[in-house]
Design a protein around this ligand. Sequence first.
Ligand code: AMP
Ligand code: GLY
Length: 406
Amino acid sequence: MTKVVIVGSGGREHALADVIGRDADVQVTPGNALIPNSVATSPLEIEADLYVIGPEAPLVAGMADQLRNQGKLVFGPGPDGAQLEGSKAWMKDLVMEAGVPTAQHGTFTDLIQAQSFLETMTAPYVIKTDGLAAGKGVLVTDSIDEALTAVEEYLSGIAFGGAGEKIVIEEGLIGPEISILAITDGKKAVALSPAQDFKRLHNNDHGPNTGGMGAYSPVPIATPTLVNDVLDNFIQPTINTLNERGIDYRGVLYAGLMLTSEGPKLLEYNVRFGDPEAQVVLPRFETSLTKLLIEAASGDIKAEPTFTSDAMVTVVCSTEGYPTTPKVGDPITGIEEATHTHGIENVYAAGLDLNQKEQPITAGGRVLAVTGRGNTIQIARKNAYIGADKIHWDGLHKRQDIAEGI
Ligand code: AMP
Ligand code: GLY
């Protein structure tokens, strides 16, 4: 059987392991206490037929090329292509060159220049760290005072250290957001079934931006026409421009899009599967995910993937204090019961650990993502919440409105 190593330790890697595990032998490194076949061994020391790198940090750090240089087959871009996520300024420059529709912007390291530029913009104001900030480096605010203060805190390094010492200030776009994840072999791409995630901490999109508090797939507003438009006018021109720069990008190209009154515009590229989007998109694969990733890593995707018409909704359970200062160490109950509840696809584990009695305890911000399935989004939603409501710890937080009214 094909042997696959998955790098990472979150809910996304748990979902990857489940779905790749349908037709391959999987090991996850480092994984976590609830992901089956988690091992502490470095991926560089495990022999496998395919290596799938989950999170952005090792991609930006160059792990994919390190493995490729050992002759391994790897799904994930090198550090050159990973700059699409590792540097927002680099990404904006590349997509402008590619002619991809995106928000107007300026890139700054100087406080006075940044603040003068900001004064020329209108609300909502959007400030982004150039570097990686675990999905938290973006401020969207209607308050010019908050925006001016943020610019000062970002550029001085107070807010995000080195990641914020260069910033991108953007035109604020308005409209619904969708995530379209494409898989590319470096030359061409296929799209996965779209997802929508819920980035803000609280109901009705209030509170700070997080890594994502829930998601659903499919997305009724993301029609096949829209997906084709994104492949033709966003993804393919981006791949072509990467090629012109000598970059062979094999992996996920995740387009975060806003559907504005002027049409879709690119908010961001991620160089990996979304989390928690992976927990709703991947279990919907009908064709083999393993085969698709092997083909992409080998430089020749041969067939489009297909997806079940069943819907999936995932609800993230997070700790008190997330996204700034997660409170950890609290015993978790109900995971088994939730996992075996009718209509639950799985309970995907991220920020958790085991205590001395081998009981799960919280160990991060986003702890679990409970994915429900159903014939419709509303049935999947109901199932996800029935499952999530069985899970408890002191300070557990979840949004109540994931996929409501869709
Ligand atoms: P990003 O990490 O760039 O996707 O930004 C995180 C979130 O901030 C996005 O999902 C949007 O909700 C919001 N955002 C980013 N850029 C903009 C923009 N130009 N206008 C409005 N909202 C934005
Ligand atoms: N859920 C958004 C992300 O993975 O970046």
